[in-house]
Design a protein around this ligand. Structure first.
Ligand SMILES: Nc1ncnc2c1ncn2[C@@H]1O[C@H](COP(=O)(O)OP(=O)(O)OP(=O)(O)O)[C@@H](O)[C@H]1O
Ligand SMILES: [Mg+2]
Length: 234
């Protein structure tokens, strides 16, 4: 193993990554709805908490209450004081809110960068999750602007020493994939009525990695990745 690595919280995935993620960098997890992006992100967050780190989780589409309920069922303790969950989902009752996190975080990539920088001044979060960034792209009128803002975000987080995991529902995430340090893809196949799930690392700067697609499961205890198996189709 080369250099210091941090755990994703999923043993099989750590092994595919040759020991875990390289800290202080930004990673993308992409997959269709229901593939397990949030589950993987919560594993990553809780591995930080277990390691004594402060973790910031920004949810942009699924209300925080739902994440709390679903992830508690899987055995995660989201009430740990080292874990901060920010609900940046749009709300129809904005006028009753004291703090409008939707505007400050989800308004644009620039706003997200500023809002997170501010949070980092309050506490030295070493792991940050943005789940998902899918819609942020549409807040920029021009692709070049989004690209710049995205790169500036990645650089800022690196400078502050935070490891960032972002999720996206898009199949095509070209800009993001170029600019992040690693990409993990979650796939689901329906073959003759049976559901198959497969995880593949598409890119991991600065490290060797397992290039195969490996089967994974989502269970009542979270995600399990079978690093030494192959998907056997009928
Ligand atoms: N206890 C459980 N046992 C088995 N599967 C479960 C369990 N709890 C949740 N799941 C499965 O986990 C998947 C949802 O995972 P998750 O919310 O992490 O996906 P996601 O990619 O974030 O989805 P979305 O795009 O909708 O945000 C669903 O397919 C659901 O059926
Ligand atoms: Mg999700």
């Amino acid at each position: 193993m080369n250099g210091k690595r941090i755990s994703t919280g999923i043993r099989g995935l750590d092994l595919m990554l040759r020991g875990g993620l390289i800290p202080g960098r930004t990673y993308l997890v992409k997959g269709a709805p229901g593939t397990g992006k949030t589950t993987l992100a919560v594993h990553f967050a809780m591995a930080g908490v277990a390691n004594g780190e402060d973790v910031l989780y920004v949810t942009l589409e699924e209300p925080a209450d739902n994440i709390r309920a679903d992830m508690t069922k899987m055995g995660f303790n989201l009430n740990d004081s080292r874990f901060t969950l920010i609900d940046a989902t749009p709300t129809s009752e904005r006028y009753v809110l004291v703090e409008d996190f939707f505007e400050s975080f989800a308004g644009s990539m620039e706003k997200m960068t500023q809002a997170i920088k501010e949070k980092l001044r309050e506490r030295r979060y070493t792991r940050i999750v943005l789940d998902p960034i899918t819609m942020l792209k549409f807040t920029s009128p021009e692709e070049i602007e989004y690209r710049r803002a995205f790169l500036s975000f990645v650089k800022s987080m690196g400078k502050m020493g935070a490891t960032v995991l972002m999720t996206s529902e898009f199949q095509r995430t070209d800009i993001e994939e170029y600019l992040v340090s690693g990409v993990i893809e979650l796939k689901m196949f329906d073959i003759q009525g049976t559901l198959y799930r497969g995880l593949k690392i598409l890119k991991f700067r600065g490290s060797g990695f397992d290039h195969s697609m490996r089967p994974y499961k989502i269970t009542s205890r979270g995600m399990v990745v079978y690093h030494d198996r192959v998907i056997s189709l009928p």
